[in-house]
Design a protein around this ligand. Structure first.
Ligand code: ADP
Ligand code: MG
Ligand code: ZN
Length: 474
């Protein structure tokens, strides 16, 4: 029998705020010494009162609106009780029946060019737990992460393959970065996935029984875990076995999923409204205000860039990274030539960074100066070759190319009299080459052109030089 995978993703993104969700501890915890960003509130001391960070609500709603979600006027926080050493409160503050948003969608573009809509069930707010590290000497706990704000984005079971899941997760990351709701930086633990996978015979409408594999913290491990679960369940069903509904974990070394516990029911968490936090009332004005903050999103950017003359590939590379987007748009505005700007950005600048084993995040050149350089070429003030020659220096000092070219005298020689003088001088100095040319060696003229390009440091136009030489030698 042929089976079809049914997949639903739960994605956690850390909301990018200055401070944590209910206290004033810094939310910038990456790389910090363990237990240095903590206070009685986020370490769950008895009697402490949490206070909702308004920015968490605003950025969460911003993310939700970017996914086309509805934002009800009333929502609330709930306690989800469970015991774990990284959760000193004994409960997580999450949202149960009245999330801050629901019913959105996200469009992915498949490799065959078709697009597909994946439904978003809800986006809700919750706080994160601390982090345990198991060592030979015992288990260590770091509470820096506890109380940091998360948005959990739950998809409908609309995903049908690992490829679709991967595209969905990557698109989600881009959108959250575009709107500034989350930096969604996987290396910094800002984005994690739970994957829900079931199989059903092809053509069947009802869903099969699912497993849920929790806490995948990279695209790669998410993709591997999906492939593994699909294979495991297929083999199980084909050999007459049954999938059990359970929670599984991912073993990154062995690259397998392992059973952890039977799936818990909502009732086991004893959800009840969080008594210390008032309900979240969202006015329509606030929603309108936030909607205005949503920039053009990745797909719209790709379409716009292609209209500007960029290739599909180039448009997608730039639109794929909100930092590149900002840089490109500024540089193109300065140069007035988007296509050339994208070439210089993607080939020269990124190529240069890559050669020095750096990424765009290490870039020192301002968008303005790249734009100016492109404009100098475009206006015919300098040759493309000169531009490439001076790129390294302009880049490393973030120099103003206009000033640099002026100071170094690198402008194209437009004065024909001046060029004729240089050509005549070169002819006089190189009687052997001239003799070769006159004797029928057509290619010998290249030697003269080369010498002139050398004396003018590339500022002569080789085509004009060629013409003038032929005229003088005729
Ligand atoms: P819970 O919060 O208990 O994990 P939900 O019902 O909220 O459960 O579902 C969580 C995720 O599981 C959602 O992304 C949903 O789309 C997905 N899902 C639900 N049923 C299935 C199924 N049969 N196969 C695959 N995914 C499923
Ligand atoms: Mg779940
Ligand atoms: Zn705190």
């Amino acid at each position: 029998m042929e089976y079809e995978p049914v997949i639903g993703l739960e994605v956690h993104c850390r909301i990018s705020t200055k401070t944590k969700m209910f206290c004033r501890c810094s939310n910038d915890i990456f790389g910090a010494k363990p237990n240095t960003h903590i206070c009685p509130i986020c370490t769950g001391f008895p009697g402490m009162l949490p206070l909702m960070n308004e920015e968490v609500v605003k950025k969460g709603i911003l993310g939700a609106l970017a996914l086309g979600c509805e934002v009800p006027a009333f929502s609330k926080m709930d306690r989800k009780s469970y015991f774990y050493p990284d959760l000193p409160k004994g409960f997580q503050i999450s949202q149960y029946d009245l999330p801050v948003s629901e019913k959105g969608k996200l469009t992915i573009t498949l490799s065959d060019g078709t697009s597909k809509e994946i439904g978003i069930t809800r986006l809700h707010l919750e706080d994160d737990a601390g982090k345990l590290t198991h060592t030979a000497g015992g288990t260590l706990v770091d509470f820096n992460r506890s109380g940091t704000p998360l948005m959990e984005i739950v998809s409908e079971p609309d995903i049908r393959s690992t490829e679709e899941a991967s595209l969905y997760a990557r698109q989600l990351q881009k959108i959250m970065r575009y709107v500034g709701a989350s930096d969604a930086d996987m290396e910094k633990g800002m984005m994690r996935f739970d994957i829900n996978v079931s199989l059903r015979p092809k053509g069947q409408k009802e869903f099969g029984i699912r497993s849920e594999t929790k806490n995948l913290n990279s695209f790669r491990s998410m993709e591997k875990a999906l492939d593994y679960e699909i294979k495991r369940q297929t083999e199980l069903l084909e050999s007459g076995g049954k999938v059990v509904q359970e929670t599984r974990g991912w073993d990154d070394d062995k690259e397998i999923t392992v059973s952890q516990r039977s799936k818990e029911e909502a009732a086991e968490y004893r959800y009840f409204p969080e008594p210390d936090i008032p309900p979240i009332v969202v006015t329509r004005e606030m929603v309108e205000e936030l909607k205005k903050q949503i920039p053009e999103l990745p797909d719209a950017k790709v379409a716009k860039y292609k209209e500007m003359g960029l290739s599909d590939d180039d448009a997608k590379i730039i639109a794929g990274d909100v930092k590149l987007v900002k840089f490109f748009e500024k540089a193109a505005e300065v140069s007035g030539s988007p296509k050339k700007t994208s070439n210089w950005l993607l080939s020269e600048l990124l190529g240069h960074l890559k050669a020095s084993k750096m990424t765009f995040y290490d870039n020192k050149l301002s968008a303005e100066n790249l734009g100016k350089l492109v404009k100098l070429i475009d206006d015919g003030v300098i040759s493309g070759k000169i531009a490439k020659d001076i790129f390294e220096e302009v880049y490393s000092g973030d120099l103003d190319p206009e000033k640099y070219v002026e100071e170094k005298g690198l402008k194209v020689i437009e004065d024909t009299e001046e060029l004729e003088r240089i050509c005549q001088e070169t002819i006089d100095k190189n009687p052997n080459i001239v003799a070769d040319f006159k004797g029928g060696k057509e290619k010998a003229i290249g030697g003269l052109v080369g010498k002139i390009m050398g004396t003018t440091r590339g500022t002569a136009n080789p085509k004009s030089v060629n013409e003038i030489l032929r005229k003088l030698l005729a």
